[in-house]
Design a protein around this ligand. Structure first.
Ligand SMILES: Cc1cc2nc3c(=O)[nH]c(=O)nc-3n(C[C@H](O)[C@H](O)[C@H](O)COP(=O)(O)O)c2cc1C
Length: 337
């Protein structure tokens, strides 16, 4: 039977399927179930800057409500002890202790000092690696894109120098040239690139004429951008590559590995199909490998990366010119003429 073990950022994984940060990974009980289903690792739900701020505001309010009491009486209010991001850190510690698969922490901050302070605090919980969720929502017409990248580079450099565990960067798909960003970050010693994050986008309900926010699950075709960039960068960086977005089944997982990925992160498929999907993906990868005669993932990893294929045309094309020129041939093949 085929073997689907893999290394990722120097960690040993029993499967290339990692459950990405989401509401399904926010406590030890859920993570235990995910382990039982056969996930290779899990990314604990992110600690968000808003959470840190909100909770410290709440803490301030609770503390000032008891201003008239003396300091020793703080123990009368056990809630205070767990207020703030301390609760997140406790949950993370507990999650790590309850499973044997690697647990990756995730941080989603805005301000420089918050990133660095919490990267260190999270890394001290005993987790195996830290994922930095780098994204930028445009809010300022005068801010240059180069400034945004420089800020992220500085953060990365400082965090890499501060913490000892492996660091992965979950990238936004919206850089002008993500290849350059990956190349620069790789030189700082990032251990893995997770491609890509999926941001919540606003929507409008035309009946109520109000702005709404949905769960924003990905679509099955969304894996193609991660596939393109993985295929481009395989063999060109020291970091591991991890596909994320639109990976629903073993098929997309195999495609990402053929392009060069060490692992994939899945979320939307678990919301739509349940966490039993993890085991199904594992079984179907093994079945495909058995059919093809592959014994382990390295036998086919990167086989269809840009550097491995004779004609890397597909990785370079953005427009439909070639497809339009061969339209009759393609339509005929799909019985559409
Ligand atoms: C309900 C939900 C919660 C999420 N929470 C987080 C989070 O806390 N941190 C994070 O980095 N990404 C978060 N994400 C993004 C996912 O980790 C993942 O990057 C994204 O959904 C794309 O993968 P998918 O196509 O498999 O869903 C969340 C996604 C969903 C749907």
């Amino acid at each position: 039977m085929a073997e689907i073990k893999t290394t990722y950022m120097g960690l040993e994984l029993n499967s290339p399927v990692i459950v990405g940060a989401c509401g399904l990974t926010d406590n030890a009980d859920k993570i235990k179930k995910i382990e039982t289903e056969g996930a290779g690792a899990v990314v604990f739900k992110s600690l968000f800057e808003e959470q840190i701020n909100l909770e410290s505001i709440e803490l301030q309010e609770q503390l000032s409500a008891y201003d008239y009491r003396n300091a020793e009486m703080g123990t009368l209010f056990p809630k205070i002890e767990h207020a703030g991001p301390e609760e997140h850190l406790n949950k993370l510690r507990k999650a790590k202790e309850s499973v044997s698969i690697p647990v990756i922490g995730s941080l989603n901050a805005v301000f420089k000092e918050t990133w660095i302070e919490y990267a260190e605090l999270i890394s001290e919980t005993g987790i195996d690696a830290l994922e930095l969720n780098f994204y930028h929502i445009p809010k300022n017409v005068t801010k240059e894109s180069s400034t945004i990248i420089e800020e992220q580079m500085e953060l990365l450099y400082r965090i890499k120098n501060k913490i000892k565990i492996p660091v992965c960067v979950k990238l936004s798909p919206y850089y002008t040239n993500s290849l350059r960003v990956i190349d620069k970050m790789d030189k700082v010693g990032v251990n893995s690139f997770v491609m890509f994050n999926r941001q919540f986008q606003p929507d409008i309900d035309i009946d109520s004429e109000k702005l709404v926010q949905h769960y924003n699950l990905s679509n099955t075709d969304d894996f193609k951008l991660p596939l393109r960039i993985t295929g481009w960068m395989y063999g060109k960086v020291n970091a591991d590559l991890c596909g994320n977005t639109g990976i629903y089944t073993a098929k997309e997982t195999i495609k990402l590995i053929l392009a060069g990925a060490k692992a994939v992160e899945v979320v939307s498929t678990l919301y739509k199909n349940g966490i039993g999907q993890i085991g199904l993906i594992n079984r179907d990868i093994k079945k495909w490998m058995d059919d093809k005669g592959y014994e382990n993932l390295d036998d086919f990893r990167g086989k269809l990366a840009m550097e491995s294929v004779k004609d890397p045309f597909a990785y370079k094309r953005a427009q439909y010119v070639d497809i339009l020129m061969r339209e009759n041939e393609i339509l005929g093949k799909h019985n559409l003429l």
